[in-house]
Design a protein. Structure first.
Length: 625
């Protein structure tokens, strides 16, 4: 018994020692204002105009953060569109149209994907590994008071932009919300502190060189990045408040919202000015959902149990995704991070994109062709040939993909999801007028394929997030359930687009574990306020179920990077129920010293008479020094 207790104590001490070594790799940030004598004298020496200039400069930096993020999103979207459509998808479709050689088209599709993927992962592996993955966990740790190395450097910024653009163009199942949070945070830190890499030392921001001020600007930048990614200023503000920031003030809310408004406003101006035709005046984001239904679509109370079932499925799939992904990333770090890190990362990424490209290309051959009139009952302009479906115009209308086995008046269900960009696939799944566009088998196959690819890809040396892939998975899951309900309960007349929206909210809630900010972001993206109740309900259900199994995705990756993150509350909120015996040892352990009583008379201020202290000769020796 005593040996077992000794072994347990040694194991605890060894665990604490390893934790200390792990935490020693990080430094803490001082977010408290140090009100020293020098600080007070410097503040008292400033006059009223100086304080007014300080306030004006703070607002100027806030607006500059929003504008810079908007310019970045606009440039990245153009780059992704050109590389994904012109250099990869349209090239493949043109080869299939002109030569009718499926193998030649496959090799063109595969080689273009491999080239783009190699650039995406090589810049991360060889130049700046801190730019890998989404970066939300690192920003969250920084805003918690942990100085994560290189997370806010300009080199990380440049590498992440390049990696995200080429990864999205190559066909990796990656989203841009998480990376834009990271990039926006770097913009906030750069405008407030300057950049050593670019040797930029702005004179106007010298009053904001403290950790306290930098933290606020990083929070603003993270929110502006999220809002610019999808044109959701309210959702971006709430995301920074709920998902990333550990310190918040009422004044910071107002400044953060202004930064988000500036980012969204400038982005829409750029889209209108340069006639990108993916947005119109009054639209909200780069993923805009046109109203194609002749009558407004509503939901009924009879559908609430099925919405709840979607929430349960989203929570279970989200928890299983995090569990599997965490295990894969642990194996990944042990396999090639410690040896041949860069080369192993590039080889892994090339293997992943080769598998993904092969699935994207050959899966449509398994599924039959369908009449193109079934794709949309409200838009007759969608009846087009294969050459029309591969048009390079970035128009808002969504056209189905034909395939080498389909006629000019047919389309392929799987190709309409895999041989298009992720934004086009989202629009297809969330349409309200194409209930019969996809069969249940197609949707389930697409869900399983995307789940498998995403769970392996996230955490590799590729810049990218999970927001858009989760929308795709949830949309496919929701449409599959709507297809089953249409066959079992035809009197419900379920709308597949509505169930796709609710399914997307369920999967996102199970993976990201955000409530208010996630619901508002989804409603801002889709402009469907009438679905506020089902969206919030499924998010709460999926989050509750997933929380009982695993932590959130970003918390799980915080544990992987071994950052000493301090949560708002302890894991078990039962401190008041603890008793003394819960923390005491059963066996007494002490240090035997030579007991030589010594009476010392020390005058104490405010005490009449001497104070008798009993000490050992060891203590007397220390006091004599």
């Amino acid at each position: 018994m005593r040996r077992r207790q000794t072994a347990e104590r040694i194991a605890k001490m060894d665990c604490l020692g390893r934790a200390k070594e792990r935490f020693d790799a990080f430094e803490s940030l001082d977010y408290e204002v140090c009100e020293s004598v020098m600080y007070r004298e410097s503040r008292l020496g400033k006059n009223y105009p100086h304080h007014r200039r300080r306030i004006a400069v703070r607002w100027l930096i806030t607006i500059l953060i929003g504008f810079s993020v908007a310019l970045l999103v606009y440039a990245m979207h153009w780059a992704v569109y050109f590389l994904a459509n012109v250099a990869r998808l349209d090239l493949t479709m043109n080869i299939l149209t002109t030569t009718d050689d499926k193998w030649k088209g496959y090799f063109a599709f595969l080689l273009s994907s491999l080239l783009l993927a190699s650039i995406s992962t090589a810049v991360v592996a060889y130049i700046e590994p801190a730019a890998a993955s989404s970066g939300v966990s690192e920003v969250k740790a920084y805003l918690n008071g942990v100085k994560v190395p290189k997370v806010l450097r300009m080199r990380t910024f440049i590498v992440k932009v390049v990696s995200l653009v080429f990864a999205a163009a190559a066909g990796f199942p990656v989203g841009k919300l998480g990376p834009m949070v990271h990039l926006g945070a770097i913009c906030g830190a750069g405008f407030s502190q300057g950049s050593k890499t670019l040797r930029a030392d702005f004179r106007f921001n010298r009053n904001f060189r403290s950790d306290h001020d930098k933290r606020d600007f990083v929070s603003m930048g993270a929110a502006a990045g999220a809002s610019a990614a999808f044109g959701a200023p309210i959702g971006g503000t709430l995301l920074s408040l709920e998902g990333t920031s550990s310190f918040w003030r009422g004044q910071l809310t107002w400044r953060t919202f202004i930064a988000c408004i500036a980012a969204t406003f400038l982005l829409n101006l750029l889209l209108i000015r340069f006639n990108f035709e993916i947005n119109v005046v009054g639209s909200k984001s780069l993923i805009d959902f046109d109203e194609t239904s002749a009558t407004p679509v509503q939901w009924r109370m009879e559908e609430v149990p099925f919405f709840a079932f979607l929430g349960v499925c989203g929570g279970l799939f989200g928890a299983s995704f995090i569990y599997i992904n965490t295990y894969i990333n642990r194996v990944r770090r042990k396999s090639y991070v410690l040896r041949h890190r860069a080369l192993g990362a590039v080889v892994e990424a090339l293997i992943l994109i080769a598998i993904a490209s092969s699935l994207y290309y050959w899966l449509p051959a398994v599924f039959p062709c369908a009449p193109i009139a079934r794709f949309s009952s409200a838009d007759s302009s969608l009846v087009s040939s294969i050459s029309d479906s591969s048009d390079s115009s970035p128009a808002l209308s969504v056209k189905p993909r034909a395939w080498y086995t389909c006629k000019s008046t047919q389309y392929n269900e799987m190709a309409s999801l895999t041989m298009v960009t992720q934004e086009d696939a989202v629009r297809v799944l969330l349409r309200r007028d194409n209930n019969d566009a996809f069969t249940g088998v197609t949707l389930i196959t697409y869900f399983v394929m995307l789940f498998s690819l995403l769970v392996v890809t996230y955490g590799a040396y590729v810049g990218g997030g999970v927001f858009v892939p989760c929308i795709l998975m949830g949309g496919a899951l929701g449409r599959a359930i709507a297809s089953v309900l249409q066959n079992v309960f035809p009197f419900l007349s379920p709308n597949a687009g509505v169930y796709a929206l609710v399914g997307a909210a369920a999967v996102l809630g199970g993976v990201q574990r955000r409530t208010i900010s996630l619901a508002i972001t989804i409603l801002e993206i889709t402009n469907d306020i009438q679905f506020l109740f089902p969206v919030i309900a499924v998010i709460i259900i999926s989050k509750s179920i997933a929380d009982s199994v695993t932590p959130s995705l970003y918390d799980a990756h915080l544990a992987l990077i071994r950052a000493p993150y301090l949560p708002e509350e302890p894991k078990r909120n039962t401190i008041e129920n603890f008793s003394v015996r819960r923390i005491l040892e059963r066996t007494h352990r002490g240090i035997n010293l030579r007991q030589m009583p010594l009476a010392l008379s020390l005058p104490q201020v405010g005490v009449s008479g001497p104070v008798e202290l009993v000490a050992t000769d060891h203590a007397r020796l220390n006091m004599s020094r």
